[in-house]
Write a protein that binds this ligand. Sequence first.
Ligand code: PLP
Length: 352
Amino acid sequence: MRGQPQEFDRVLSSMCTEPHPVAREAAERFLATNPGDPATYQTVADLEDEAIAGLGELVGLDDPAGYIASGGTEANIQAVRIARNRAVSSTPNVVVPESAHFSFQKAADVLSVELRVAPLTDDWTADVGAVRRFCDEDTALVVGVAGTTEYGRVDPIPELADLAHDVGALCHVDAAWGGFVLPFTDHEWNFEHADIDTMTIDPHKMGAAAIPAGGLVARDGELFDALAVDTPYLESAKQATLTGTRSGAGVASTAAAMAELWPDGYREQYERSQANAEWVAGALAERGFDVVDPELPLVAVPMSDELFESLREADWRVSRTADGKLRIVCMPHVTRDVLEAFVADVDRLLPT
Ligand code: PLP
């Protein structure tokens, strides 16, 4: 066999992680199944129902609608598509905070909607006043992020949801990364806390499922009618997903991971990850770095180009925010040992 898969022990930049062993095993078992054809592949279709019911419980929905997508990008594109297809305006716009993931740019491009990007507060969360100023009668969707990609921040979701409905728009929450840690925090981010319409929550990130497993859930199944197309050659009549053939591995591994880990396993994982984030933030602060306080298990640290490049040369897989801070995403594979080795390398490589 040619090539080796990624070793995880120096990967600090990824929002994905090693799948849990039960998720890996389920993914292998269901590799050749297609939940896009549920009448043919009935077992994996049942597992998808189980996975969506589990996601519903996690996000505070008794009767969730949704499906397992290829990832957060697809889920976000579909949320924008629902809003665009339901919009009354012929020139709909979508208002996102500046912290929104770049998948919304793709969505706007593919779906020909205008993307309006509202500035943030000083704490890198959505500024509700600014979002309000960007909305008008053509606004079809207001987006909030629950666990931002760069700083792990949580937007004021209840206020954004109220604002969306005041202007006659839908509200979508992107909890692609944060969704599996937020249930164990005090944040108001889910369908019980706010009048949210749709949410992205990705099992292949903090959910410890195998890639590809993104999640799109909706309060009301009727929202998916805006996406449904007829499927003449399949046994099922309609399809609301973006791709046709989909990964049974992603679906089965989601159901397996959630059966194994929800809620206690995910709680322990969150507590470990958050403690690690606080530990590494403290260790770097002691060394004089102006560390951004980790609200969720993601640490951002201003750092010179020289040190950043030296760390990359020392084989650390690290990345930076748009304004140049190093990001350490404390995923489950980023253990205390890994972080201690990282801090030791910072000490060794710090320019004197
Ligand atoms: N939304 C957020 C908040 C993310 O952090 C990411 C990726 O990191 C995405 C969406 C896109 O997810 P994916 O890469 O699975 O398409």
